[in-house]
Design a protein. Structure first.
Length: 567
């Protein structure tokens, strides 16, 4: 007898090689046999007609808050993810002294769009140092494995206090103190150190992230600290305002650290081909022996608009904002009043940036079920309105009131400059990229991109009308490639001796559902989620954690401390 046998499935093993039919046997959380398995299992799963894949590895999920109050890391665990990496983009909650808790909460409220009362109620704050934060995570079981990074913003505030919040230059002593904390965190089990250099990360009041313009001396001290212990990677998001200077500085950090670096890669409308230049530089660094990667998403980075969530096309108009904080049913009733409707439609959004984001009717689309993340121009609000002879704002207003005010619209922001995903295809195919940026625990009132890993399989290997990828290649990209990138060599393959993190998937039925609004955060806080159909069983360390999208009640997932060697 063995613990578990998966019978007769089509194994897609994570190497990118051809599928093959086989049984998979599991004992004590490890894969012990693949092929014709004569042993019986204490539990057996009939996988005939299904595919059997490694569990997926998500290197960018921002579940730093949720992991402190919940053992279920949804939506990611509904999408075949069995390992996720948090502490991304320099934001997190450790280290932190009690006096600084409010500062980090305000930052995360803005960056992750989680209301301040949710964070105040939900986070237990049973730590001060980063190692103590890991101890707190280790005390909780999960439905997937969680790995961490040391976040620069929290470290900077911890060392410099208000000076760090105000983005004052770090002294040499400050930088050395930050380096010591980064080293301490990685030695305690973090997989790396992360930082943010983007103006998009700010508090709800508009204050920029403390790390926005941290100078090279500060970052170099931290890089030298990583070199001293020979562990950890560096993860960076940057606006690349001066791309040549910025990348040269990042490349120097990799030289000084002797460690890998991952950089967020997006196509921006203002500079739609700049990403190719940056990935070219990354490839050149790799040829020179400097390990660098770009992190890319499988679809546009975009936002969801609706009257029930954080943003909608009429945000910033005085007659709308006057009722924005009413209870939802009252707000919808008020929005239906002809006088209120006429007033809102007669006004303009005052903020230029907001107006560009929420008034591009040619880049705004009804959210279908299942969602179409590569919608054609003729499906836009602008095109629909033109066919009807209506004003686009008038049409959008009425659409958003449908379904009792719960209708959602989709607004691609980046990766969609040419109105299709040909650019994303090229990003995914580039040998210097990995798949990430799902942000399952962040921006929870405006997006739900944890499902982007499922999009890799549905859209990119099966449904897309344009260029596609093979299914074995797609599985490899979201399992083995990501596991190797973050240093977890013990997973991401269906092979003897490897960790028994597995998915049994009805590939023909696999589908991403439309986003929905739920109120399941502490204090009844709101978030967007997305479920999926077709994940028959997700198995963590040999134990089924979901069946047909529903939790089994088992929680074998744990904190992962440090890199892992191959079996």
């Amino acid at each position: 007898m063995v613990d578990l046998v998966i019978r007769g499935g089509t194994v897609i093993d994570g190497t990118g090689g051809d599928p093959f039919e086989a049984d998979v046997a599991v004992e004590a959380g490890k894969i012990v046999a693949i092929g014709v398995v004569s042993a019986r299992g204490n539990e057996e799963i009939d996988a005939r007609g299904k595919i059997v894949t490694p569990g997926f590895v998500d290197p960018h999920s921002h579940y730093d808050a949720q992991a402190t109050w919940s053992s279920r890391i949804t939506p990611s665990s509904w999408h075949g993810v069995t390992t996720t990496l948090i502490g991304n983009c320099g934001v997190g909650f450790a280290p932190c002294e009690p006096a600084d808790q409010g500062l980090l909460i305000k930052l995360m409220e803005g960056v992750e769009d989680i209301p301040e009362p949710v964070l105040i109620e939900g986070i237990p704050w049973n730590w001060r140092s980063f190692p103590e934060y890991l101890d707190a995570l280790e005390a909780r079981p999960y439905d997937l494995d969680i790995a961490t990074q040391v976040p620069h913003a929290a470290v900077r505030v911890h060392v410099m206090g208000q000076r760090g919040v105000d983005r004052e230059p770090a002294s040499a002593a400050d930088a050395q103190a930050m380096a010591r904390i980064a080293v301490e965190g990685i030695q305690a089990g973090a997989l790396g150190f992360s930082t943010s250099r983007t103006i998009n990360h700010k508090t709800k009041a508009g204050a920029h992230i403390p790390t926005l313009d941290a100078d090279e001396a500060e970052l170099s001290a931290i890089a030298q600290g990583l070199r001293g212990i020979g562990a950890g990677w560096l993860q960076v998001i940057s606006d690349f305002d001066d791309p040549g200077l910025e990348f040269a500085m990042l490349r120097r950090l990799v030289e000084r650290a002797g460690r890998p670096m991952a950089i967020t890669i997006l196509q921006r409308d203002a500079k739609p081909e700049e990403w190719r230049q940056i990935t070219g530089w990354i490839a050149d660094a790799n040829r020179s022996g400097l390990p660098m990667l770009g992190q890319v998403l499988t679809r546009p980075t975009g936002i969801i608009l609706g009257f029930e969530i954080s943003q909608n096309p009429f945000l910033g108009r005085p007659s709308h904002d006057a009722i924005a904080d009413l209870p939802f049913e009252q707000k919808i009733a008020e929005l239906r009043r002809p006088e209120r409707r006429a007033a809102i439609l007669s006004e303009e959004t005052g903020d230029d940036g907001l107006r560009r984001r929420v008034r591009r009717w040619d880049r705004m689309f009804p959210m279908s079920d299942p969602p179409n993340y590569e919608p054609p121009p003729e499906d836009s609000i602008a095109a629909m309105a033109a066919r009807m002879g209506r004003d686009p704002a008038d049409l959008a207003y009425d659409l958003l009131l449908e379904n009792n005010g719960k209708t959602l619209l989709y607004r691609p922001l980046s990766n969609y400059s040419y109105g299709n995903l040909d650019t994303v295809h090229d990003m995914l195919a580039h040998d210097a990229t990995i798949v990430g940026l799902g942000d399952g625990g962040a921006h929870v009132g405006i997006l739900s991109d944890a499902s982007a890993l499922t999009t890799m399989l549905t859209h990119w290997t099966r449904d897309r009308k344009g260029a596609r990828f093979s299914l074995p290649w797609g599985v490899k990209r979201i399992s083995r490639d990501s596991a190797l990138a973050i240093g977890l060599h013990d997973r991401g393959l269906v092979a003897r001796g490897y960790k028994a993190d597995l998915n049994v998937i009805d590939y023909d039925r696999l589908s991403v559902r439309a986003p929905e609004v739920v109120y399941d955060l502490p204090t009844g806080g709101r978030r967007l989620i997305q479920r999926a159909d077709g994940y028959d069983v997700t198995i963590m360390s040999g134990v089924p954690v979901t069946r047909n999208g529903e939790a089994t009640g088992e929680l074998p997932g744990r904190l992962v401390r440090g890199a892992r060697a191959a079996p």
